[in-house]
Design a protein around this ligand. Structure first.
Ligand SMILES: Nc1ncnc2c1ncn2[C@@H]1O[C@H](COP(=O)(O)OP(=O)(O)OP(=O)(O)O)[C@@H](O)[C@H]1O
Ligand SMILES: Nc1ccn([C@@H]2O[C@H](COP(=O)(O)O)[C@@H](O)[C@H]2O)c(=O)n1
Length: 209
């Protein structure tokens, strides 16, 4: 069984994807981390994430980088978003994600193009969203707890700019797949969001049985 979870930045898709993976006993891949690894590698190489050659050269990185806390920083999101616009970067990361999705027994993947490009044949697809204000508050709380001093206004502006860039790119833009279920978590707790996600996936699986 393949479950695709897509949505804009800080919508809660990673939280939901991890919970679904635990619930159904499936492995989980946070595909945003791969793009964050590319963005951070470009920066560490002294390159420009807007330059296709610099970004493509950063697609080879050690797996250990995926555990680096720098990838979870506020700066890494925009770097990833800028690098991820280039078709060369998307092509370089495609097979790794596709193979993860197709492994025996299935998987849960979250990102921006899982339901549309990486696993268009997924058994269940969720498009997780929330208002910008709610997403900014959640991300702000997270960063403050980690000791990263960023203002709420700065976070909201960064989220909006990143979503606009992710939706506007020509290759694999952020969008809800035609057959994805929309899950707006703006007014839902984490627990309620997860319960709703499980109900939506169960309904899709029942339809397919
Ligand atoms: N329904 C919810 N209610 C309150 N907080 C939530 C909810 N869902 C997620 N959060 C919190 O919001 C923050 C962002 O959630 P999460 O990391 O799952 O989002 P994401 O969409 O995967 O983000 P990213 O785009 O950075 O990968 C986290 O601190 C998480 O604990
Ligand atoms: N499937 C994906 C996943 C991510 N991206 C890009 O990476 C950025 C960071 O992703 P997070 O989920 O960690 O926030 C994101 O803004 C996208 O530009 C992608 O293109 N495709």
């Amino acid at each position: 069984m393949i479950i695709a979870v897509d949505g804009p930045a800080a919508s809660g898709k990673g939280t939901i994807a991890r919970a679904l993976a635990a619930h159904y006993g499936l492995p989980h891949l946070d595909t945003g981390l791969l793009y964050r690894a590319v963005g951070v590698t470009v920066a560490r190489n002294g390159g420009d994430p807007d330059d296709p050659a610099d970004a493509a050269a950063a697609c080879v990185f050690p797996d250990s980088l995926l555990d680096d806390l720098a990838l979870r920083s506020e700066e890494a999101g925009p770097l990833a978003s800028r690098a991820s616009r280039h078709p060369q970067v998307r092509a370089a990361l495609f097979e790794r994600q596709r193979a993860f999705a197709r492994q025996a027994g299935g998987a849960v993947l979250d990102g921006r193009d899982i339901g549309t490009v990486i696993a268009p044949d997924a058994d269940a697809k969720l498009f997780v969203t929330a208002s910008v204000a709610v997403r900014a508050e959640r991300r702000h709380r997270e960063l403050v707890a980690r000791g990263e001093p960023v203002s709420l206004a700065e976070i909201a502006a960064e989220l909006e700019a990143r979503d606009a860039r992710d939706m506007a790119r020509a290759d694999a833009p952020l969008r809800q797949a035609d057959d994805a279920d929309l899950l707006d978590t703006s007014d839902l707790s984490i627990g309620a969001s997860v319960q709703r996600a499980i109900a939506l996936v169960d309904a899709r699986l029942k339809d397919r049985a």
